[in-house]
Design a protein around this ligand. Sequence first.
Ligand code: FAD
Length: 288
Amino acid sequence: MNLDTLFEDKKKQVISFEIFPPKKGAALRDIDATLEILSSLSPDFISITFGAGGSAVNNKTIELAKKIKEVYHVEPVVHLTCLNYTRDEIRGMLDELKEAGIYNLLALRGDRSPDYEPKKEFLHANDLIRFIREQSGDFHICAACYPETHPEADSRAADLHHLKEKVDSGATHLISQLFFDNGDYYRFLEDAAIAGICVPIEAGIMPVTNKAQIERMTTLCGAHLPEKYRRIMHKFEDKKEALFDAGMAYAINQIVDLLTNDVDGIHLYTMNNPAVARRICEGIQNLV
Ligand code: FAD
């Protein structure tokens, strides 16, 4: 099924989950217990991240997407990065996806890595989106957006301009980078609307469960940490259970505010932790 009609029911806000494939050397079945719980929470879709390493790296993303569809009966969205792939490699993956009946993609450039030499056939996500559309009109294409501006962008205006290009090329649904201050997200929605971006946008929320995770994520994506958030994390950083409770409460608060303000959807970065997804879904079960 293609997710093109996902946002048609304006009364229902979309809830989706993101997971990553098992690490190198681990079996696909290692994630079964997690998928069992995630699927029981009935998300609108589950998206699966994709290593940016290129064809030399054994990506389990498509295999996992097939499993989510066939065994757990949840619609998968496959992340596809392009920087380190050739057109032929991407064409091969699109054929494999079609054969498996998977028509939902999150088209990404991918992060640069000193370990891999870009293939230089796709420079930006927009090149991938155009390529997918040329190959087939069957795919529902999502793209990434950045409420606090992508760290490499020349300016906020330039970033919004390139986001509009992605939509004009065929992305019909956007999913945001994680953020901790809803004010940043609302300002971004206003700016995106001014830039003429009219497709549904899901808000990316990462419930934090430990201190190392906060540090890693904020270094990676440069998300701004509000003072209130810093104080909570500082107070409970050495108490595992307390930090978990505080992280869940903060995320639920953020989501309640976002739902109240009629956002199109919430994309939960689950970090493959079913306890996180379960706690968040219980916290908002009567809201969506
Ligand atoms: P782009 O849209 O290409 O943008 C990258 C930068 O280039 C931006 O600064 C933009 O302003 C600029 N730009 C865009 N087009 C042009 C142009 N024509 N000319 C000049 N500048 C331009 N990474 C992974 O490796 N695997 C994943 O599975 C993954 N999943 C993600 C899921 C979500 C929801 C998000 C938000 C990010 C994800 N990422 C993932 C990270 C993503 O790959 C990085 O943020 C990457 O740095 C940018 O990807 P993009 O698709 O947004 O790139």
